[in-house]
Design a protein. Structure first.
Length: 278
């Protein structure tokens, strides 16, 4: 009986040992297969389709050659605004000077501003300019507007006499006088489009029209704003050789707003603008 029991225990021990060995082999085989599977996927790399490609099947990257830098494109400078068309018969652009004189009085209708006559077509603009200056805190006073030829003749004669009293001979006195007072028939004041305008308190500082007025606040305002109302500084400081008239910071001439903006913006005198510089 004891031997039978011992045999049964031995048989059970053998079976258990065999079972454990088989189980270990199975586990080892499964682990080995899993490791191999994972190793194969790692070698194929991300994004692989699972099929190894031969070197000849590997897509080649296209060769890129450096493109040359584009040549700079030259942009032409914009042409300056030529301004409005110039009509030689435009009443606003009538030219009266030593080389473009008139023989008789021009016909026009008059309107008065501050007691001075103007061509009625510009009187409203004169009033607008004075009102705008007042709004900005500047008082302006007109000291000359339209002049008849007789009036110019008297003023010119007085200026000649002034130079003769200074010792000039008659011929030289006439030349010098004409730089300040246009002889009859050559004055812009005959047009009714010109005015001499100064500060309201001008004659408390000066006894005559002088270049020093250019530094007064009213003169600065006039230069900066005159074109808004169609006026230009008629005899600029750097244009005396063209105009034949000395610098007059008080003398303004109506030419119309479009023409005035072009002339003032481009730093021209009326002769240059009209092409009459000979």
């Amino acid at each position: 009986m004891a031997n039978r029991k011992k045999k049964l225990e031995m048989k059970y021990l053998v079976r258990r040992t065999v079972f454990l060995v088989v189980l270990m082999l199975l586990l080892f085989g499964a682990g080995w297969g899993l490791w191999w599977l994972l190793r194969g996927e790692g070698e194929e790399g991300p994004g692989s389709s699972g099929t190894a490609q031969s070197p000849s099947q590997t897509p080649s990257q296209p060769e890129t050659s450096a493109s040359p830098d584009p040549e700079p494109v030259s942009v032409p400078e914009p042409e300056p605004d030529p301004g409005p068309a110039i009509d030689p018969d435009d009443w606003q652009l009538v030219l009266i000077n030593p080389t473009h004189s008139i023989e008789k009085e021009l016909e026009m209708e008059f309107d008065e501003v501050q007691g001075y006559k103007f061509d009625s077509r510009i009187a409203g603009k004169v009033r607008e300019l004075i009102a705008a200056a007042k709004e900005d805190g500047y008082s302006l006073a007109i000291v000359s507007g339209y002049r008849t030829m007789d009036r110019s003749r008297m003023l010119y004669a007085n200026k000649i006499a002034e130079y003769q009293n200074m010792g000039y001979d008659e011929a030289t006195a006439k030349v010098e006088a004409a730089k300040w007072v246009a002889p009859p028939g050559t004055s812009e004041h005959h047009s009714g489009l010109a005015m001499d305008i100064v500060s309201g308190d001008y004659y408390t500082k000066y006894s005559d029209l002088v270049e020093a007025f250019e530094n007064e606040p009213e003169a600065v305002w006039l230069r900066e704003n005159c074109a808004r109302f169609g006026f230009i500084l008629r005899f600029p400081k750097d244009k005396t050789e063209i105009t034949g008239i000395n610098y007059e910071p008080w003398h303004f001439r109506f030419v119309g707003e479009e023409h005035a903006r072009t002339i003032m913006d481009q730093g021209l005198c009326l002769e240059e603008y009209l092409g009459e510089t000979d």
